[in-house]
Design a protein around this ligand. Sequence first.
Ligand code: ATP
Ligand code: MG
Length: 316
Amino acid sequence: MAALLEVRDLKKYFKTGGGMLHAVDGVSFSLDQGKTLGVVGESGCGKSTLGRTILHLCDVTSGQIFFEGEDITYPTRKQLHRLRENMQIIFQDPFSSLNPRMSVSEAIMEPLILRGGMTKADMLAETRRLMDTVGLAARFENAYPHELDGGRRQRIGIARALSLKPKFIVCDEPVSALDVSIQAQIINLMLDLQEERGLAYMFVTHDLSVVKYISDDIMVMYLGQMVEKAPADELFNDTRHPYTKALLSAIPIPNIHNKKKRILLQGEITSPINPKPGCRFMARCRYASPECAEPQVLEEYAPNHYVACWKHKSIS
Ligand SMILES: Nc1ncnc2c1ncn2[C@@H]1O[C@H](COP(=O)(O)OP(=O)(O)OP(=O)(O)O)[C@@H](O)[C@H]1O
Ligand SMILES: [Mg+2]
């Protein structure tokens, strides 16, 4: 059976004054129904752009995207309409993604209105069901976003994302802006919803403890490329790529209540504009040698464990 989502050699370049910025540069993966792909990597490595390109919030430079076996890389209007129902996004900052002049029920009802085909009464009933599903008390129906705390605002974002009954949701740092005490509540809500509805998530986060907790597979990105991907436990237990090693070295105890600081690596960061064909992590890698200037091949080191480093077997 075809995967729910399959991405093949996806590229998204942006034209800039200095040349082509390779925001996403040849990423491939597949994701089954009910599963979570965690995506990690430092700021600017292309995590959001990858999610936005898959959702067609920006156009594809090259590569292919399949949804339920159908090539949707360049969707027709009809396909796009269906994709808008099947694929949704939850943003990091629910405050800036919500219209401040819309009440809770108006915000949740909006996607239903835009899709059309339901009576006002049915939409209101559905809105109330959605509020209940995401744990928003009925008394907040007429409240405005600024009257609610961050956790409740993110519950509105989740209700909006769920309203058209999607199968796949890009979760772009959905808990990063929330208080630590609320993060676990929202993550557990999302896991419950996943189980009930068989949702597939692409979950972007900087928090490695969170990503380990929620992911089936984890993809590590560096400057637009996937440098390693593996089942979650294996990525932590048998880390291969030098960049992944550096990234994971900073978490002593996996604990979702433990907010992590950014990891700072030494060395110059390669520019994503017109990058050279070799390993993009080379300039910061302590194992680098001249051969690393050659293009790296993504190797299937173990079943479903991919590494893009020609010398990973010779380093410990
Ligand atoms: N619309 C755009 N036009 C030009 N460049 C863009 C655009 N969107 C993103 N970029 C560039 O693409 C690269 C990837 O950005 P992206 O936002 O996807 O990174 P990210 O991994 O999500 O980072 P963060 O962790 O900070 O959210 C960056 O160099 C960014 O400056
Ligand atoms: Mg981002």
